[in-house]
Ligand binder design. Structure first.
Ligand SMILES: [Zn+2]
Length: 74
């Protein structure tokens, strides 16, 4: 039988990251093509990180995407 106290403790365990639903991966359309990226909210762990600044990761990803496809300069 489940002890009520144990259930309560379980609720305080690791919280699945909701943007990626605990998978640690998100589909990104940056670059014009859908591709899986590590979830910036949980850094690919699939576990919600409290107070994590996902926007900082998004910003750097945009910068990387900008620098990604190199123009044809030959
Ligand atoms: Zn996540």
């Amino acid at each position: 039988m489940a002890d009520p106290k144990e259930e309560e403790a379980e609720e305080r365990g690791p919280v699945p990251c909701s943007p990626c639903r605990g998978t640690g991966k998100l589909n990104s359309n940056s670059g014009g093509e859908p591709h899986a990226v590590d979830c910036p909210w949980c850094e690919g762990s699939g576990v919600f990180i409290e107070g994590h600044d996902a926007q900082a990761a998004q910003r750097s990803e945009e910068e990387l995407a900008d620098a990604g496809p190199q123009p044809d300069v030959d």
